[in-house]
Design a protein around this ligand. Sequence first.
Ligand code: FAD
Length: 450
Amino acid sequence: MTERCDVVVVGAGPAGLAAARAAASHGAEVALIDMQANAGGQVWRRDVRRPWPDPARDRLDALLDGDRVRWLGQAQVIAAGPGRVLVEQAGIAYELEYGALVLATGARELLLPFPRWTLPGVTGVGGLQALVKQGWPIAGKRVLIAGSGPLLLAAADTARRHGARVVAICEQAPAAQLRAFAGQLWRWPGKLAQAAALRARLLGAPYRADTWVAAAHGDGRVAEVELHGARGVERVGVDHLAVGYGLVPNLELAQQLGCELQAHGAHASVRVDADLRTNVAGVYAAGEACGIGGRDCALVEGAMAGHAAAGAPEAARALRPQRQRARAFAALLPEHFALRAQIADAATADSVVCRCEDVRLGELDAHADWRAAKLATRCGMGSCQGRICGAALAQLRGAAFAPSAGAGARPPVFPVPLAALAASAVSLHEAPPLAASAPITHSAPQGTVP
Ligand SMILES: Cc1cc2nc3c(=O)[nH]c(=O)nc-3n(C[C@H](O)[C@H](O)[C@H](O)COP(=O)(O)OP(=O)(O)OC[C@H]3O[C@@H](n4cnc5c(N)ncnc54)[C@H](O)[C@@H]3O)c2cc1C
């Protein structure tokens, strides 16, 4: 089965929703695809215990009001190539041909290993937020949230609203850096208001700068967290520990297409021009995929990519000043929340790094890069396909261990039942061809607008 749309948008977070809306406003036929059941991406993930409407629902309803946008929920794009993508939905795989493609695939958390981080009761910060919104019981539990970046506050807020006792929010960045960050927020009044509202809702939850997790302890599940930092070493009793060190862009489809990437330290994002075009004809990228920028940045970039993809570059260009402002804010994040060396030092040779294949950090010592490590140890070859350990190793061992440094990600980018391919008579041999991996360039720092 092959169908065709003028514009295919992958991802229905803020960037994808804005892209679909902008493209449809020029009369384009749009397919909006997301692997989640509900639109909204990470920031507007549906909270099962809260009533509709939410910003994502409103936006999706408005989109579906006309007949130009097809919403494909619980559908994952498992391969992408020139002019077509391969979609798996409800056990059936089918091709969609596109005139233009917008990659609004978002980001995932950067999780770094420390002793016993795989104990039950330890999750990522965004992971905790997602679990809680999906109905996971947290009321009355002692929760410690640690790592780095603004997501710590958002996750603490969600946990508290669902009845958790937030025993501490531990930010690894030094207090002076945080003051410097806060001192700049007046330039973005909306962000300042958001931050102030969050802090007000979190009154009574201790916020500690200069503090990081060195280990988790517990017999069968986490019971204590060992914290290092400004107050020396201490142990805090918990029922749940959430740790996350910021976000890294999802690049697999961009890599398959041969899109050029740009490096930000050990990680990378899709390189786009001022109209959100990648170097591959007809392929655009927007939001976190182009570098971590947050919701407002994703919204404006999505709109720009949608306009441009529908052949209305003037409408896209009118939004450039907004994008510049949003990206200027984004540039503050790596500057003020840079990870201190002690975070990497917390991982010992015995720490599990690839939890799918049970590979420990010390087992990788003999290998020079990601590819060699994979071949010898099966690191990154489990069901998550290196999504977690690849980013962790890039951070701990440098860019040679970044999955983005190797050959383009192979199809399928997510596990898919063979029956799905068989049922639709599409095999991976017929999947869109794997483009040669484009080089990663190092010229533009994160957050700059080319
Ligand atoms: C776990 C997590 C929690 C977060 N929580 C917050 C928060 O509370 N507040 C906040 O301000 N920011 C939060 N963020 C930051 C968030 O990334 C941005 O603020 C915003 O959601 C970015 O929008 P986006 O559209 O670029 O990406 P996203 O919102 O991440 O949307 C990308 C979408 O693409 C879909 N997708 C990706 N690949 C495929 C594929 N191959 N096939 C089909 N669908 C695909 C994903 O399912 C996702 O819905 C969070 C980030 C993460 C990773």
